[in-house]
Ligand binder design. Structure first.
Ligand SMILES: C[S@@+](CC[C@H](N)C(=O)[O-])C[C@H]1O[C@@H](n2cnc3c(N)ncnc32)[C@H](O)[C@@H]1O
Length: 175
């Protein structure tokens, strides 16, 4: 495996984001298309996840992965959800990494959010009050298309990468 360069994250910090719990915030302006983190992952094989993991706190933090579910080590586990995300992510199955890239310019003191997909298991506090649904707290994160499900390992750099991040889940399923 090639060595992976990690990132200087001195401008990012973890903050209490009210009912969302902790979240990731930036002190400085971050330009669009900036890679802000590469998180190594810890893979839980499908069987282990089905037998145990889905009944634990891990279920709130894991990403779909080839062969099971993955816990992002580092910032990747701390991004909250927004249906208008300002950060996209791309899984690199071969290198067991998730790369996070800004989708637009992000202002100082703004929270960095990814999209978990359409099937949330909690009431979305980013929504307007009359739009908040209850979510389904009993539904396993693994039981729907929670996270846009990249089916293959791809080059994680370049235009194709960012364009793919911006696909909606519906478009993603069609590709
Ligand atoms: C991957 S964790 C994110 C970090 C988490 N906030 C923490 O403090 O550990 C996912 C959990 O954060 C909370 N969360 C994330 N985005 C949210 C949102 N838009 N509205 C409400 N809760 C949210 C939910 O409890 C969810 O199960």
């Amino acid at each position: 495996m090639e060595p992976t360069q990690l990132f200087d994250q001195t401008s990012l910090y973890i903050q209490d984001c009210g009912q969302k719990g902790r979240g990731v915030v930036t002190r400085k302006l971050i330009p669009a298309r900036t890679t802000i983190d590469i998180s190594p992952i810890l893979l839980f094989p499908s069987e282990e996840y089905t037998l145990h993991g889905q009944y634990t706190q891990l279920d709130h933090y894991t990403y779909r992965w080839q062969g099971g579910m993955a816990l992002a080590l580092g910032l990747g586990s701390m991004f909250n959800h927004s249906n208008k995300p300002n950060v996209g992510f791309q899984r690199d199955f071969e290198s067991k990494l998730i790369k996070y890239t800004t989708l637009r310019e992000i202002q100082p003191e703004e929270e960095l959010c990814i999209s978990y997909g359409p099937n949330l298991w909690f009431p979305d506090m980013e929504e307007e009050p009359d739009q908040i649904s209850n979510g389904d707290s009993h539904r396993s994160r693994n039981s729907g298309s929670d996270l846009s499900d990249f089916s293959d390992s791809e080059d994680v750099t370049g235009e194709g990468f960012l364009a793919r991040l911006q696909l909606s889940d519906a478009e993603e399923e069609e590709t």
